[in-house]
Design a protein around this ligand. Sequence first.
Ligand SMILES: Cc1ncc(COP(=O)(O)O)c(C=O)c1O
Length: 436
Amino acid sequence: MGKLAITGGAPRRQKPFPAWPIYDRTDARAIQEVLASRNWGGYPFPNERADRFARQFAEFQGAKYGLAVSNGTVAIEIALQTAGIEPGDEVIVPAYTWEGTVGPILRLNAIPVFVDIDPGSYCLDARLIEAAITSRTRALLPVHLGMCFADLDAIRRLARRHQLVVIEDCAHAHGGRWRGQGAGSWGDLGCFSFQSSKLMTAGEGGAVITRNLEYFERAQSYANCGRASVTDRYRRRLIGFNYRLTEFQAALLEGQLRRLPEQAERRRANMDHFEHRLQGAPGLAFLKHDPRVTTRAGYQFVCKYSHFDGVPRSAFLGALEMEGVPCDGLFYEPVYRSALFPVDPKEFPVLSWRRSKPLDLRKASHCPVSERAAYEEAVWLPHHIFLGTRRDAGDAADAVLKVIENIAELRGLKHPAIRQKAMSRAERPRVEKRQW
Ligand SMILES: Cc1ncc(COP(=O)(O)O)c(C=O)c1O
């Protein structure tokens, strides 16, 4: 029997961290009001609560217009369509992200071009973008990942120079600010997700924000089956779909937005404490604090593990989970290598246009920093760990230090918790418990 919980010792953290999502009586009242109103759906569009919420949210993030939609994946599709991305256009994306950043590009019969990430932030490396730009490039789609921002200054400079649209994927960045201004309001369009794990959630949901009325009108039409937008100044007609949010979801999101600033402050203080406690710990390294990120969003605490003492990341994480700290390593893969990206050229004709052989997106890119982050190094800790007290965050840090101090117990160890940490997101549903 060892000291670590995975080898038979007592777990360092015996009680769960705060549960997510958080709700209170005001949410129950709001849901009850929607129920009694019999006005449940997203139509007429935008419906009352969804519109009120979208306006408040856009203002909170620093944009003029906001639209609430069914989820973050369609928010990205709407933004691409709104920005006029056409079949055959190329869109530059980071390789290390959720598949939902990339799928909508293919959905519109455009081509995702994968670019590697910056090792200091794990976000799209702006220094590598220019080499990936071709005469067909139309948009840059940076993702503000985990708790960092892509370099928006450099990205906007490049976009201006090459006349590209910038669409920010802010699925992790609610409330985050770059040089004092909200995520999603720097680019031409910003996209958010309100899926269960996110910093604001209604179970599912999404939003698109912009400062451009023409884009806002097109986004409304596209998300509402092609109907005219409320203002209809530009009178653009297009085929649209039903991507509306329900009034129940909007009711929950109003409460989520009200609570976000206080939660963000608590999370930030606890994440800082956690990082401070772990400074100098062998085997660990931290992402850079960019002073231009004036408010960190903190969707997850992301750091790096370095195969300490010959022990792979899956063993470190399996042991940490057994100490009572939820954690992940293979949270994302480079999309081009992910089993959740089984791209078949028969389904996406653009991959064969003007080519003797279809473009094989699974082989077209090699992004070593993304590969290292995905398969060796990245450690992801969910935000709810940091929604409790300073002592809770200290417990999480103690658990990490305990695993590191006793790392020798993990050498060569086989255990179901370790096997699970080596599993990809595609394989996991067979073993995964509900987490959120
Ligand atoms: C980076 C990123 N982009 C896009 C999405 C898609 O959002 P949704 O799950 O709401 O469709 C997610 C969330 O899952 C995400 O994490």
